[in-house]
Design a protein around this ligand. Structure first.
Ligand SMILES: [Zn+2]
Ligand SMILES: [Zn+2]
Length: 85
């Protein structure tokens, strides 16, 4: 392998590692982020604590609370932990 392809290879494997860390937790399962929080602020990576069936969105504990507060989303069925798809 010449020097250029070694560098290219290193760059590729580095970006792969970074990507893996973002998507998987220490147990190797896929990490899911709160979608409404990520929508308002793309740097926000709140871990999701539930999944709303009606909105088909992953929600953090704060958004689950807001969901129960809001009149229009109050009746939504939210899946928790092991039920999260
Ligand atoms: Zn949230
Ligand atoms: Zn909902």
């Amino acid at each position: 392998m010449d020097k250029q392809s070694v560098l290219e290879h290193r760059k590729l494997s580095e970006s792969f590692v970074v990507k893996r860390e973002e998507e998987k937790d220490e147990h190797g399962s896929v990490k899911l982020f709160c979608q409404p929080c990520h929508y308002v602020d793309s740097t926000n990576k709140n871990e999701c604590n539930g999944f709303c069936i009606e909105c088909t969105e992953y929600l953090c504990s704060e958004c689950i609370r807001d969901h129960r507060k809001n009149k229009t989303t109050r009746q939504h069925a939210i899946l928790h932990e092991k039920e999260i798809p």
